[in-house]
Design a protein around this ligand. Sequence first.
Ligand SMILES: *Cc1c(COP(=O)(O)O)cnc(C)c1O
Length: 229
Amino acid sequence: MPKLSDKLTEVRDRVRSAAISAGRDPDSVALMAVSKRQSSEAIRELFEAGQTLFGENYLQEALDKQTLLADLNIDWHFIGPIQSNKAQALAQHFSWVHSVDRMKVAKLLSQHRPSHLPPLNICLQINIDDEASKSGATPTEAAALAEELTHLPNLRLRGLMAIPKPRTGFAEQKKVLEAVALLQQQLQRQLPQTPLDTLSMGMSSDLDAAIAAGATVVRIGTALFGERT
Ligand SMILES: *Cc1c(COP(=O)(O)O)cnc(C)c1O
């Protein structure tokens, strides 16, 4: 088994080269380590190697790890599907939620965001391939939803998140990711007062294409930790 610190170096290099190939500043792309189903020991090891941004998909699992790792200054982002009854805990225990896709959940997140914390950063998740099985707002719904989100006092809309269906080949991958980037540009014109500075897209298999398409946060699990068990 390669050491996690070696994997981290490898993935960081991959992010760097993808940014440079795309003519972008490597520092404009943040690396999120997606640690769902990984142990708190693995997270600690990666943190000690310099990784501070972690993404989790399941609330209870994340809370357990947050307790075990409370001594570390980890920036926890939530990226999983959201049930309304989890909104309160999400608003209390995360700095970002990338998977907001409906007003009901957004209102609860805003309502329950503790007043001693800064506004909760959110991304609007877009179901870019319009898949029945996936969460996310449709591209058609995005404009109205994004506008409504900007009125919630304790949330800060930062941009879009997407999980396109798997495609093979850089060009095919890039094409769908560029559609997300274009949608973000349209929303930005519609909401000039709200700086949309975040495009959360790109996973282990489409990281390079996502960076070429303008991703500012790539969410990487397998390429860092190996296959999930
Ligand atoms: C699991 C997951 C990832 C990471 O996927 P890998 O292919 O393991 O890199 C990224 N984003 C979301 C929303 C996920 O659920």
